[in-house]
Design a protein around this ligand. Structure first.
Ligand code: PHE
Length: 453
């Protein structure tokens, strides 16, 4: 007997689950360090432009494809393109990207799990200097006996949730965890900006200096917008496939994008004022939040508990994203190969864990093993965020703008969106048809050095 496809219990459930996918390490771990490495406010402004002009319209397009067909990424394109192999390949690219991202994302998620343990142990107690925290981070992240069990542990949690079905698990958890996350970040922002010497950090986030912006910065900002919005690889498409036709794609997309962007900006305000107050350098790369935050908590009453809570929430934010990544791959395998969900989940989880091992070791024993001058970890991240996700987004928007009948597109997006003016729908459609693909394409060319700005 074929089980009926599950659906979200409510519109809010969908929004929070999709926002749960979007909000994750990308916001709290990656966005701040990209800001720190790429000139502060100028990067933030570029990022916001990318989100508004490219991200939001593309989010709507991706959810629309999923909701219309109620299928996995490959199945969606098979149905809409009448089995055209190119478009089915676009769906498949999404699945491959899912494997790649999950295999390194899970490693960082594992670190945050490890930091819950460090926090409980009181490892940061009396650490006044983030450099000492940096040493601990170095010791841990280079030690395979630390990284590999955590990588496995986090994958275990991810598998466990997907194994027991998405809807009740993810939806219920997201409804509770997302507001908690928001509240908690807010508390940390207030603490960060009220520290002595925080002003320099606030200036860093607000005063834009475009002199150091290059083509690479623009392409990083676009890549980050895609990564942070979970866009371009079928995650939103898959979540959209569980969405009821009665729900409003436009307002849901706006909420998801707004939540994601807000949390990224908040994460900046949580970290940089504290960073400057502690007189550290902003360009520390992936180690940034693991060095600054643990120490910052020492200046907060009840810091011991806040620190534990912070890493729990970071892990939870990561978990609601890893779930969505594993769900994309699982939905594909279940739909296309008719493998039972539980079997597929375990099999895929184990495969991703294995692919992730070189990523986990990239900071230690395999740190000198480089391809194109990048470690496995950096290469995977670069290929996924800066090439595959924008490429996926490009193809998805081209499909909606040029290969799907306009009337069908408009009818489908209007379904559940009663009361939204046709002018808005038209603006969206033309953004998707012309502006979004052209911008992505131009940014691609600049990042490849074919045109220069
Ligand atoms: N958006 C997630 C984050 O910011 C990462 C992610 C990318 C999740 C792509 C799913 C798909 O952490």
């Amino acid at each position: 007997m074929i089980k009926q496809r599950e659906q979200w219990g409510s519109k809010l459930g969908f929004i929070l689950a999709a926002a749960g996918s979007a909000v994750g390490l990308g916001n709290i771990w990656k966005f701040p360090y990209l800001v720190g490495e790429n000139g502060g406010a100028a990067f933030i402004i570029l990022y916001l432009i990318c989100v508004l002009l490219v991200g939001l319209p593309a989010v709507m397009a991706e959810i629309l494809i999923g909701r219309t067909t109620q299928k996995n990424p490959v199945g969606c394109f098979r149905e809409l393109s009448k089995k055209n192999p190119f478009w089915m390949g676009v769906g498949l690219l999404g699945i491959i990207t899912g494997f790649i991202i999950l295999s390194y994302y899970n490693v960082i998620a594992g670190w945050s799990l490890g930091y819950i343990i460090e926090s409980v142990k009181g490892s940061f107690h009396n650490m006044e200097n983030p450099e000492i925290a940096g040493e601990l981070f170095f010791q841990n992240s280079t030690n395979f006996k630390w990284v590999l069990p955590l990588h496995a542990g986090f994958m275990f949690f991810t598998i466990a949730i997907i194994y027991s079905g998405v809807n009740k698990g993810i939806e219920k958890a997201s409804k509770f965890l997302m507001p908690a996350l928001l509240l908690f970040i807010f508390i940390l922002v207030v603490r960060g900006i009220t520290l002595d010497g925080a002003q320099k950090g606030i200036d860093y986030l607000l005063k834009a200096d475009f002199s150091s912006v290059t083509a690479k910065t623009v392409s990083l900002a676009l890549g980050q917008a895609f990564f942070s919005l979970s866009l371009g690889m079928g995650a939103l498409l898959t979540y959209g496939s569980y969405m009821s036709k009665k729900d409003n794609i436009i307002t849901s997309s706006v909420s998801i994008v707004a939540l994601d962007t807000l949390i990224a900006i908040f994460a900046g305000f949580m970290i940089f004022p504290a960073l400057f107050a502690l007189q550290m350098q902003p360009d520390q790369g992936p180690a940034l939040i693991f060095n600054i935050l643990p120490v910052m908590f020492n200046s907060i009453p009840g810091g011991y508990f806040f620190r534990i809570l912070f890493f729990i929430l970071l892990s939870v934010a990561a978990l609601t994203s890893t779930i969505s990544l594993l769900e994309v791959i699982t939905a594909y395998v279940v739909d296309e190969f008719k493998i039972p969900r539980k079997k597929a989940t375990i099999l895929l989880g184990v495969i991703v864990f294995l692919i992730g091992i070189p990523n986990a070791l990239s900071f230690g024993v395999m740190q000198d093993f480089t391809i194109f001058g990048k470690t496995f970890f950096n290469l995977f991240d670069y290929i996924a965020s800066n090439i595959f996700l924008p490429l996926g987004g490009l193809c998805i928007t081209i499909f909606v703008g040029w290969f799907w009948k306009k009337q069908d597109v408009v009818d489908n997006i209007t379904e559940g969106s009663k009361g939204i003016s046709p002018i808005i729908i038209n603006i969206w459609f033309y953004l998707v048809k012309f502006i979004v693909p052209v911008l992505i394409f131009l940014i691609f060319l600049t990042s490849l050095g074919i045109i220069t700005i």
